[in-house]
Design a binder for this molecule. Structure first.
Ligand SMILES: Cc1cc2nc3c(=O)[nH]c(=O)nc-3n(C[C@H](O)[C@H](O)[C@H](O)COP(=O)(O)OP(=O)(O)OC[C@H]3O[C@@H](n4cnc5c(N)ncnc54)[C@H](O)[C@@H]3O)c2cc1C
Length: 306
């Protein structure tokens, strides 16, 4: 056993302490707040340095080390930090949220307690149109005249569901059964604890533009308002290397290389061999991989080569 150990001090992050317990409003009646946390950027650095057998260094070097760790997917040091949230969220978004298995959860029980008397409502200008290209997504909004009708229907439905629920409860129906016809828009609450590594994974998936808007709103607050204060170096590196970066597949790299060499023939050959350029009635058939590559080119300000 070593003769001396370094002194252990509980890590506090002033910027996060300032918002501890403070609810951030999300959607019409949801919220998210930090209940507790453990660790900071320094804890990530400290854990990593244990594995390299080196002590604490200067701040500038800490930033570099965090960036290195994230860039090279040396992820376990990020598991040294944990955070616990209290969330109020509509059940349909919660259903997506709960798929992230690497967290600890305790949810409000509607078997034990009366269901929260609040449902997420949609304003007339918030009804989204089903996307034709992405079966899981939406593009644009209905005009608010039609939207007004949808919102009125929504209100009637919510009222009927709540009245039916209240009637059952009043008559003594078991809470576990009385709840069965409550809509998925009903708010639920939960405590949710997760380590930083898995939280970043959650944010990567749920802050993406193809994540459903409702869950994205929560993820954006966690990222932009909370994680950015808690672990600023990690947050900066995450935005750089994960959130705002792209991977290129081997096919994409070969095409891009040929584009840079202005070798159009090879570009078309590679894309054709990959099955990206199939035609029907003089039009390119939709190909998801090609479309995603085109998006990456657009992001880089490069014209698509076909
Ligand atoms: C845009 C989008 C659309 C989606 N559409 C659907 C859908 O249509 N239907 C559907 O059912 N789900 C859907 N999902 C949910 C998705 O498939 C994942 O279940 C969810 O995003 C959680 O991701 P995860 O498993 O990586 O996260 P976590 O459960 O937090 O796990 C994190 C990581 O830990 C590892 N891990 C965790 N548990 C295990 C395990 N048991 N075995 C091996 N490795 C494990 C994996 O590496 C995993 O990536 C969708 C998600 C997104 C973001």
């Amino acid at each position: 056993m070593p003769d001396k150990f370094e002194k252990i001090e509980t890590t506090r992050v002033k910027e996060l302490d300032e918002i501890l317990g403070k609810p951030f409003k999300v959607l019409d009646d949801g919220f998210i707040r930090v209940v507790d946390y453990m660790g900071s950027d320094s804890s990530v650095v400290q854990a990593a340095r244990v594995s390299y057998g080196k002590g604490t260094k200067k701040k500038r070097q800490d930033r570099g080390l965090i960036r290195y760790l994230l860039r090279h997917k040396h992820t376990t040091p990020f598991e040294m930090c944990e955070i616990k949230f209290h969330i109020r969220i509509p059940m349909d978004a919660w259903r997506q949220w709960i798929r992230h298995r690497t967290a600890n959860v305790n949810e409000y029980s509607t078997r034990y307690s009366i269901a929260i008397d609040s449902s997420q409502t949609t304003q007339p200008d918030e009804w989204r149109i089903q996307s034709k290209s992405n079966k899981q997504g939406s593009t644009g909004y209905f005009d608010s005249q039609i939207g007004t009708e949808f919102s009125e229907d929504e209100k009637k439905l919510h009222n009927l569901a709540r009245e039916t629920y209240n009637k059952r409860i009043k008559a003594g129906v078991a809470r576990e059964q009385a709840r069965k016809d409550l809509p998925l828009s009903t708010y639920t609450e939960a405590y949710w604890k997760i380590d930083l590594h898995n939280l970043l994974h959650f944010l990567k998936l749920r802050m993406e533009k193809n994540a459903q808007l409702e869950i994205r709103k929560y993820a954006e607050i966690i990222g932009n308002e909370i994680v950015s204060r808690w672990v600023p170096y990690t947050w900066e590196a995450f935005l750089d290397y994960q959130m705002n970066s792209y991977n290129l597949s081997h096919i994409e790299m070969k095409i891009l290389r040929s584009m840079l060499q202005e070798d159009h023939e090879t570009v078309i050959l590679i894309a054709s061999e990959a099955g990206w350029l199939k035609m029907k009635e003089d039009k390119l058939i939709m190909n998801l991989e090609r479309a995603e590559f085109e998006e990456k080119l657009e992001e880089l300000g490069v014209k698509k080569p076909w």
